[in-house]
Design a protein around this ligand. Sequence first.
Ligand code: T3D
Length: 262
Amino acid sequence: MAEGPKFVRVDVAERVATITLSRPDALNALDRPMKTELLAALRQVDRDPEVRAVILTGDGRAFCAGQDLNEPFGGDFPTLEDEVRDRYNPIILALRRLSKPVIGAINGVAAGAGCSLALACDLRIAAEGASFVLAFGRIGLVPDSGTSWFLPRLVGSARAAELALAGDSLTAADAERLGIVSRVVPGDALMTEAGALAARLAAGSPRAMALAKRALAYAESATLEEALNNEAFLQGIAGRSADHAEGLAAFRAKRPPRFTGE
Ligand code: T3D
């Protein structure tokens, strides 16, 4: 009988999927089986019509300590370059292109590629004890898995350079001050807060949510004129949707909308 996933759990309840990285003894460091499972989990929740919002978190005291530093490279194994291209990049793109909002519930340390995973989420809530470590330089590597792209966009180029080059740790409070996380909450309230936010997002129009994500992603590298054109195009799609009709009907009837994603 085929074995199920061992290191990444997916729990779906009330239209919210929680993906949990689970190798707590290694601080949820990413080895190849775990990366394969994570990519499969992201694709699964993207396909699942029952899922309208996603939470990504870690088991135990860490969010994710990045690449498993005990994993072999070269010779019979992939090179670092292949690993980044073939395993990390597809995960980051799957996370970024997910048609549903993704909340990073950062429960503890997020280091190296673990920090990249956190940055690739649409938004982040951190536990008070969480930290962000740009650990790449400490072991003679460069920021990867999207960190060189996400970080300057979140904190500005000067701060990104300082963080990436010095490899400093950021506390959750630092991360909130820099705008990396939306808010910091006590550790024991993290999943409740993330769940409440996810439930709010899950109550929105899935169609509008997916299109809004597309608009934001497109605007990252567009001119104002291109972004305005794209907004008009996407608004055309949204405006023809049953969800828009339902939103208007609910507004006029002074009742909560019941969006279907149609
Ligand atoms: O493909 C490629 O390789 C290229 C891609 C690279 C992307 C990257 O992610 S590069 C960055 C890799 N990650 C790191 O360099 C972080 C390494 N870990 C740490 O610096 C520290 O562990 C932390 C700052 C994350 C946490 O420190 P602390 O003091 O709270 O915990 P600890 O005692 O260091 O770790 C606890 C255990 O987890 C320990 O195992 P043990 O001694 O109890 O058996 C430690 O070895 C293990 N662990 C932590 N991080 C990793 C790890 N095991 C394997 N890989 C890890 N990344």
